[in-house]
Design a protein around this ligand. Structure first.
Ligand code: P6P
Length: 339
C-alpha cells in the first residue's frame, strides 16, 4: 500500500489499557503488568506453534532436527511458556493450568492476581492445521490471602478479566477487562510484535441460525436435548423460515470466535459419557461466558443456570455449556421451560 495509506495512529494493547485505565480496575500498574505478561505469552506461543508446524513439515520429509531430540508436545511447551510468563510478571500469585494437576503458587509476596488457563486448547487439532487457542480467566486474590485454592473456587462473576488468543491465519486476541468494559478485539501485527485494536467494543449478533455442537454425541444426550437439536433442523417459522446451519470445528476457541463474529449457538451439553459436560469451568466455560455476556450474548448450562453464577468445587471441574447469541440461547431456555 502507498505511504499515505498508512494509519499512524494505531491503538496497541498497552495504549488501550493506558487510555482506558480510568475504568479498568488497577490499570495504573499491576493489572497492566498482568496484561503485558499475557500479551508476551500469546506472542511467544503463537511463534512456537508456527515454528512447530514448520518442524512437523520438516519431520514429514524424514529429516530430524540437529540433536535428533524428541520434539516436546506442543501443549507442554505452551504450558511452560505460560507459567514462566506469569511467574516473570511478578504480580501473579497463583496459576491453574489445564496441564497441571495442582495449582501453582509463586513466591512473590505482594502479588495480587490468580490466573487460570488452558495454554493450548484444542491442541489435538494442530496436526490438521485447525486453529487452536489459549483461554484465560483472571481473579484478584482475596484480601490477606497468601495464595490458595479459595482464591479461585469462586463464582465466575468474581473474575476481573478474561481473554482468549486464537492462533489462526493471524493471531487474534479478544479480551474483556472487567464488567461493563465490553470486549475488545486485537490482531497481532507480526512485524511490529504488537496486538492492534481492530474490533473495538465487539458485539455478538442478537440472532443467527447457526448451531455448533458435536452431533456424534447425540445417542448419549438426554431426550430434551435430542428434541431441541432435532427441531433446529426444521424450518424456523419465527425467524426466516429456514433451518439452522451446522458449523462445528471441534476447537472451542475457533467455534467461539466464529460465534462472536457471525452469531449463533455453541453448545457442549452433558451426556451419558460426560455427566457434567466436557468443558472445564475455570479456564474454558467461565472466560468464554464473561466475553460472550460482555458482548451482549448469553451463557448457561443444561439446566438453564447462568454459567457465571456457578462455583467450582475443584479446580478442574467441568460444566455443560450453551452460549452465543441471546435469541438462540433463549430458544433453548424456552425449550426447557426456563423462559
Ligand atoms: P469433542 C478440545 O479438545 C476441547 O477441549 C474444546 O476445544 C472443544 O470445544 C471440545 O474439546 C471438542 O470436544 O468431544 O467435540 O471433540
Amino acid at each position: 500500500d502507498s505511504l499515505e495509506d498508512i494509519d499512524t495512529d494505531i491503538i496497541t494493547l498497552p495504549r488501550y489499557i493506558t487510555e482506558n485505565q480510568q475504568n479498568i480496575k488497577d490499570a495504573r500498574g499491576d493489572f497492566t503488568l498482568v496484561l503485558n505478561a499475557l500479551g508476551f505469552a500469546f506472542k511467544f506461543i503463537s511463534q512456537t506453534i508456527r515454528k512447530a508446524e514448520l518442524i512437523n513439515l520438516v519431520g514429514i520429509t524424514g529429516n530430524t532436527n540437529s540433536t535428533g531430540d524428541q520434539q516436546k508436545k506442543l501443549d507442554v511447551l505452551g504450558d511452560e511458556i505460560f507459567i514462566n510468563a506469569m511467574k516473570g510478571s511478578g504480580i501473579v500469585k497463583l496459576l491453574v493450568s489445564e496441564e497441571q494437576d495442582d495449582l501453582i503458587v509463586f513466591k512473590h509476596n505482594d502479588a495480587k492476581y490468580a490466573v487460570c488457563c488452558d495454554p493450548i486448547d484444542g491442541s489435538s487439532n494442530l496436526d490438521a492445521g485447525v486453529s487452536v487457542g489459549t483461554i484465560v480467566s483472571i481473579f484478584k486474590i482475596l484480601p490477606g490471602s497468601t495464595g490458595n485454592v479459595r482464591d479461585i473456587l469462586r463464582a465466575g462473576t468474581e473474575m476481573v478479566a478474561s481473554c482468549y488468543a486464537m492462533y489462526g491465519a493471524s493471531t487474534h486476541l479478544l479480551i474483556s477487562m472487567g464488567n461493563g468494559n465490553g470486549v475488545q478485539g486485537f490482531t497481532l501485527d507480526n512485524n511490529l510484535g504488537e496486538f492492534i485494536l481492530v474490533y473495538p467494543d465487539l458485539r455478538i449478533p442478537p440472532q443467527r441460525s447457526i448451531y455448533s455442537i458435536n452431533e456424534g454425541n447425540t445417542y448419549y444426550w438426554s431426550d430434551p436435548i435430542k428434541q431441541f437439536v432435532a427441531q433446529l433442523k426444521e424450518p424456523q417459522q419465527h425467524i426466516d423460515g429456514k433451518p439452522y446451519s451446522a458449523r462445528y470445528i471441534g476447537s472451542m476457541v475457533a467455534d467461539i470466535h466464529r460465534t462472536f463474529l457471525y452469531g449463533g449457538l455453541f453448545a457442549y451439553p452433558a451426556d451419558a459419557k460426560n455427566p457434567n459436560g466436557k468443558l472445564r469451568l475455570l479456564y474454558e466455560a467461565f472466560p468464554m461466558a464473561m466475553l460472550i455476556e460482555q458482548a451482549g450474548g448469553k451463557a448457561v448450562n443444561d439446566r438453564g443456570e447462568r454459567i457465571l453464577d456457578l462455583k467450582p468445587e475443584h479446580i478442574h471441574d467441568k460444566s455443560s455449556v450453551w452460549m452465543g447469541s441471546t435469541e438462540d440461547v433463549d430458544a433453548y431456555l424456552r425449550h426447557i421451560g426456563k423462559l
